[in-house]
Ligand binder design. Structure first.
Ligand code: PHE
Length: 398
């Protein structure tokens, strides 16, 4: 410390002395720049910042494609980050098995045993909601790239997200149903085990009714995660004759619901949110995915050159097109790395302050600005689901 202070003083002294010299001639100017560079060297070469980041993702269980894609996206971004040379990230991935309790355990482990500087994750809102209070209590920055439920960031000032919220996504789909598809009488099916599903359905209902739409019943039709037979529920809905159905669930159950619904002659459009967005939906539902629409964060067929460059880079690395979670994971870790390189130090409180200062960070899922509620205000895309993949329909700005 003494030595550092001494060098700083010496540097200022040299700098002030030489500023006058600069004006004299080109020759002395060149010499001065060299001398200045030398005198700057000991204090200005910033050491590469080394940090430990914990990642909590569903690598197994009903939403496993989200974890696998997220980690692929994050690893692709890490190559870039480590090459740039400002930040070196040591990543520890924990599998939460698509379960809230496992998510809480993973966060505890990352903080207590691995002593990570920050955490990225998770995907399903109920899982993030289970881990976030532990990160908050320990004042460890936790950034989710994908959890859209309103309550997530309300946990506290150490919890932020780089995606939009369901308050936005729900409105986008209610308007799409009413204005674009001209639907007037809808049924709603929710996943009662998911905070995401319950929150998103509330926003949708409120907006759809405000626009003038009607619901076939005030009560939602409900199932829970891991259910496989939806026929009695669908039979009840069929009797109410809706002209469209809002189904804010995750792809595993949604795939089965769509298939069973079409077999029972329910041929109206189904609408959903980002939770449908996985290639496994197409595998489970087959032809039954046709004619339905969802809101999401990213469209691989978006013409934006930044998106296309990412799609190419991802395909070269993994031999397949990136799904939405690959793009969200990629952007999430890039925002974190950017914050770490801008932070005053690698102290957790400084990293968190830098994450919250993120403004206009241009990612593959849009421009990311963290607002006063630690959410990102970003555009959404509406996609049509087809057996060969989701097709871009419209982009909606906040
Ligand atoms: N938004 C979903 C949730 O909060 C998670 C999700 C994000 C799913 C992106 C798919 C794609 O639970």
């Amino acid at each position: 410390m003494l030595c550092y202070t001494f060098m700083t003083i010496k540097f200022i002294h040299t700098y002030q002395g030489e500023i006058k010299v600069i004006k004299k001639s080109h020759l002395t100017k060149l010499f001065t720049i060299g001398a200045l560079a030398l005198s700057l060297a000991p204090v200005s070469i910033a050491a590469k910042r080394e940090v430990k980041i914990g990642a909590v993702f569903p690598m197994t269980g009903p939403v496993a494609t989200y974890g696998q894609e997220s980690v692929n996206g994050i690893k692709l971004a890490l190559k870039k980050i480590n090459q740039e040379g400002k930040v070196s990230i040591n990543l520890t991935v924990e599998d939460n098995k698509s379960e809230p309790q496992e998510s809480a355990n993973a966060v505890t482990k990352l903080i207590n045993s691995d002593q990570v500087d920050a955490i990225i994750g998770s995907v399903a809102s109920s899982n993030t909601l289970a881990g976030a209070p532990i990160a908050q209590t320990n004042k460890v920055p936790l950034l989710t790239p994908a959890s859209t439920n309103e309550k997530v960031t309300m946990t506290g000032d150490y919890i932020s997200r780089t995606c939009f919220t369901d308050a936005f996504q729900g409105v986008v789909m209610a308007k799409f149903a009413y204005e674009n598809l001209k639907k007037r009488k809808m049924a709603i099916i929710i996943d009662n085990s998911s905070d995401y599903s319950k929150g998103l359905s509330k926003v949708f209902k409120k907006k759809f009714k405000e626009l003038g739409g009607k619901l076939v019943s005030d009560e939602d039709f409900a199932y829970i995660q891991k259910d496989t037979d939806f026929r009695s529920l669908l039979r009840k809905i069929k009797r109410t004759k809706p002209d469209a159905i809002f189904l804010p669930g995750y792809y595993t159950e949604v795939g089965l619901i769509l298939k069973q619904a079409r077999q029972m002659g329910l041929n109206m459009p189904f609408l959903g949110g980002d939770g449908w967005d996985s290639p496994t939906l197409q595998k489970l539902a087959g032809a039954a995915v046709s004619g339905n629409y969802i809101s999401s964060h990213f469209a691989p067929d978006d013409k934006d050159p930044r998106v296309q460059a990412f799609v190419k880079e991802y395909e070269a690395a993994y031999g397949q097109k990136p799904g939405v979670m690959a793009a969200l994971g990629y952007d999430g870790i890039l925002v974190m790395a950017n914050a770490i390189s801008n932070a005053k130090s690698t102290k957790r409180s400084d990293i968190q302050a830098a994450i919250l200062a993120t403004k206009g960070f241009v990612g593959v899922t849009g421009a990311i600005t963290i607002d006063g509620n630690r959410n990102a205000s970003k555009s959404a895309v509406v996609l049509e689901t087809t057996p060969s993949g989701n097709v871009f329909n419209t982009k909606v700005n906040p």
